[in-house]
Design a protein around this ligand. Structure first.
Ligand SMILES: [Zn+2]
Length: 277
């Protein structure tokens, strides 16, 4: 295999290649003071001495490690603020895709015609975790993602209408991927259903994927949404969900088993374990 050519050359190499250059002065390691080998770059037929070989002393190694750690922290901070801006709560910033069905959905994504997911599970089953893990994967891949509970979406829309702006609802309609968390928990009213339908239908028409989480299956969701009389909107919402979603049903978490098997709350391992049942 051909080795990647290091752009830097030593004085010995410069002489061997017949390059025009001044003899470099000595360069002391800034950490321990030991003399190091000067390195230059060949530019326009002559060599300029710009750096030196690593010294390898413990102080230098420590400084390099500290620099790498600082860069890693900065990168993590940048990613976390991106995730927060998308609406992912602090609790879920470290969410990892661990469900087989989620991984399948993500790997088959791309030109999938707006196909979304409906993740159903009772309180504490890890559905928000699973949805946030998917959201994070999309954000890291460069998609514009919004994560919000249906309740907070409606509150935000109401606030924006009160300010005579449609910015609230447009944000949910226009993002690449919308995670609508806990649908069915919102207070149902004709106004709420109309707005939810408007978001869901606009995304359906533009083939933008929506990922729902809910503690209800779609039939119970429909019953719940229709209980104040607006059955038509409720049916329209349910119909769009069924048409566009793959369904994931999370089993009830067995906390005793989880503790004894994994020594604490480990959503990753637990969910993986459960998905194979
Ligand atoms: Zn040194």
């Amino acid at each position: 295999m051909k080795q990647e050519r290091n752009p830097f050359i030593t004085f010995e190499e410069a002489k061997a290649r017949g390059l025009k250059c001044d003899e470099p002065g000595t360069v002391a390691c800034p950490y321990c003071g030991k003399a190091t080998v000067p390195l230059g770059i060949s530019f326009d037929g002559s060599v300029r001495w710009i750096t030196h070989e690593p010294c390898g002393c413990p102080e230098e190694i420590e400084a390099q490690q500290a620099q790498a750690a600082k860069e890693a922290r900065e990168a993590e901070g940048k990613l976390n603020s991106k995730l927060s801006r998308a609406g992912i709560g602090k609790r879920f910033l470290n969410a990892e895709v661990s469900l087989e069905a989620s991984a399948r959905y993500l790997s088959s994504f791309g030109g999938n015609g707006g196909a979304g997911l409906y993740i159903e599970g009772c309180v504490g089953s890890g559905k928000t975790y699973a949805a946030c893990a998917i959201a994070k994967a999309f954000i890291m891949a460069g998609y514009n993602v919004v994560v919000a509970t249906s309740l907070s979406m409606l509150e935000e829309i109401k606030r924006s209408y009160d300010d005579n702006s449609a910015a609230g609802i447009e944000r949910y309609m226009a993002c690449d991927i919308l995670i609508m968390d806990d649908i069915g928990k919102e207070t149902t009213s004709s106004w709420a259903l109309t707005n939810l339908f408007q978001i869901i239908n606009s995304r359906y028409e533009d083939m933008r994927p929506t990922i729902y989480t809910s503690q209800y299956d779609v039939d119970s969701l429909l019953t719940r949404m229709a209980r104040y009389g607006d059955r038509e909107s409720a049916e329209a919402i349910a119909s769009r969900i069924v048409e566009t979603s793959a369904f994931i049903r999370l089993p009830k978490r067995d906390r005793r088993r989880e503790k004894s098997c994994f020594g604490g709350y480990g959503p990753k391992k637990t969910l993986q374990n459960q998905s194979h049942r």
